[in-house]
Design a protein around this ligand. Sequence first.
Ligand SMILES: *Cc1c(COP(=O)(O)O)cnc(C)c1O
Length: 376
Amino acid sequence: MSRVYLSPPDVGNEERTLLLEALDSGWVAPLGPHVDMFEADLARRVGVPYAVAMSSGTAALHLALLLVGVGPGDDVLMPTFTFVATANAATYIGARPVLVDCDAETWQLAPDLLAQELQDRARLGTLPRAVMTVDLYGQTADYGRLAPLCEEYGLPLVEDAAEALGATHRGAAAGSFGEAAVFSFNGNKIITTSGGGMLVSRHKELVDRARHLATQAREPEVHYEHVDLGFNYRMSNLLAALGVAQLRGLDRRVQRRRAINQAYRQALASTPGISFMPQAPYGEPNGWLTCILVDPEGFGYSREDIRVALEAQDIEARPTWKPLHLQPLFAQTPVVGGAVAAGIFGQGLCLPSGSSLSDADLHRVVDVVERLAARA
Ligand SMILES: *Cc1c(COP(=O)(O)O)cnc(C)c1O
């Protein structure tokens, strides 16, 4: 039996064909027709007019924040329950992340806490420069409440949709909210280019600027002329070819991940002490990762016991994100609340959820959990 991974790349013949096509065309690097195609296909899929492919989701977040006007010394409000890249993007600029807790009902940025924080800051004259939302574990944030709040205070919203390609909020695609949104095509995401990202926006000027800055801010001269500080953040044409192929199979991948989520829910429905990440009433998740909470009182063993038991069977599972306010890197960073995210981290476990996971391997995972429960 081979190792079961948490969320491995799911690649097949279409990827092989398009990659070789790009190679044979001579468009190896840096840019080329597959980059244009990937950008156009993804923009169409998300329903936003403009997109620029990047070397990573983190690079795209960095530029998105720069381009909505975040500068050194600015505050950027964002959830504490996320991957470190969300906050790093602000830190690269010399801005300060301000971490806000999540809702227990959605695991997403808590609208009530954000509303209170913005109200307090408006009174003190210390409004942040921007708000970042994260569509965590493939479910969107609560835009019905978060977007009007940003509008009320005139704050740009940047959507970190790195985990959420294919998810929707009231029918609108993840990545269609805010001034700019970002996707990741890292190896563990729902589609992958081995490494890569995309910045999307309905503002043409913002995306044009991002493309310029991501290309070392090279001016249109025959020699190398530079006015702005740029970055080497573009995606190579070979990787974009992978992305075109992966995107064509997005619906199948979303369906498979959702089916995996349903199968886990059914199989573990009556296991005491196990509950699932709640599904928000406002949208459809993409099923990126199936996350459970393990209550040691009810289950008899801890989250870590389950993880170790899975590992002993060569199955990879990971704790849910450690909230950023608990990271040594952000020890000095202000935090609004934080107990909800800390509680989820204490009990949360992500189960193998890749779109290439077989039913047999899924049952191997369930068996380990059930056998442990039977011993309790
Ligand atoms: C993966 C991820 C990123 C970073 O994307 P990379 O392509 O790995 O740089 C950013 N934010 C969140 C929430 C992520 O999960």
